[in-house]
Design a protein around this ligand. Structure first.
Ligand code: ADP
Ligand code: MG
Ligand code: MG
Length: 250
């Protein structure tokens, strides 16, 4: 599904990614871990096509199609979803209305008409029930006064509704409280299928107790310096990142 080949990227002429190779197949969950500043969020942003990052070398393909020249919006329409893509507060726009617009925009890009209102309502009902999201939440203003857990709930709801091919969840370094952790993990586990793939970026191992990855990659200085199975996350939890840095520098 996703193939990243020798990817180099910089910000303000500063090289951050220095030769990333990664292949993600449909049905797989990949975790990307690594010390602060190693380039995890940059990698997520570059895959999603954020403009402030310049790709200086290498390529990314999605389903064997190059996405290098596509805008973030085009990539989203192709099924790439990056969490926190819409962290803005939009007073007066409800969680539901925002997602309706996002879905219809995606359909429009594919030349499809708006989703019929009854079909949309049915989907909203099904997905919100599956994720145990209550109706009151759906009518709240987007992100306005949302707690950490509520932001996560909204994000997972967007994920469920948009049914992306590739979901990239960047949990940032702020850490999640137990409630938010549970919401993210349950949501991802319910939405996982043979047709989609998930990249979970996390500084902490604890999320991976709940979302079990098929592969764990460790990023250091803009390169993947180690890849393993879920046991690698436990090893990192126990031993920290220093041994990885030493191995990478040896
Ligand atoms: P991580 O997510 O692993 O903590 P980041 O990708 O956020 O790492 O950052 C990697 C490096 O790139 C850091 O040195 C950071 O300061 C720098 N960086 C990332 N984004 C920007 C940006 N928009 N402008 C300037 N520097 C950036
Ligand atoms: Mg960081
Ligand atoms: Mg980060």
């Amino acid at each position: 599904m996703l193939k990243i080949n020798n990817l180099h990227a910089s910000v303000d002429d500063k090289a951050i990614l220095r030769g990333i190779n990664l292949e993600v197949k449909a049905g797989e969950v990949h975790a990307i871990m690594g010390p602060n500043g190693s380039g995890k969020s940059t990698l997520a942003s570059v895959i999603a096509g954020k403009e402030e990052y310049e790709v200086t070398e290498g390529s990314i393909t999605l389903d064997d199609e190059s996405i290098d020249e596509m805008s973030a919006e085009e990539r989203a329409h192709k099924g790439v979803f990056l969490s926190f893509q819409y962290p803005v507060e939009i007073p007066g726009v409800s969680v539901t209305n925002f997602i309706k617009t996002a879905i219809n925009e995606t359909r429009k890009a594919k030349g499809l008409p708006n989703m019929p209102a009854n079909e949309m309502l049915k989907m909203i009902r099904e997905k919100s029930e599956m994720l145990e999201i209550d109706r009151k939440f759906l009518s709240r203003s987007l992100n306005e006064g949302f707690s950490g857990g509520e932001k996560k709930r909204n994000e997972i709801f967007q994920l469920a509704m948009l049914e992306p091919k590739l979901a990239i969840l960047d949990e940032t370094d702020s850490g999640l409280d137990i409630d938010a952790l549970r919401i993210v993990a349950n949501g991802v586990n319910k939405l996982k299928s043979e047709d989609n793939a998930v990249i979970v970026i996390t500084h902490y191992q604890r999320l991976l107790d709940h979302i079990v990855p098929d592969f764990v990659h460790v990023l250091h200085n803009g390169r993947i310096v180690k890849t393993g199975g879920k046991e690698l996350a436990h090893e990192l939890e126990e031993k920290g990142y220093d041994w990885i840095k030493e191995e990478a520098n040896a």
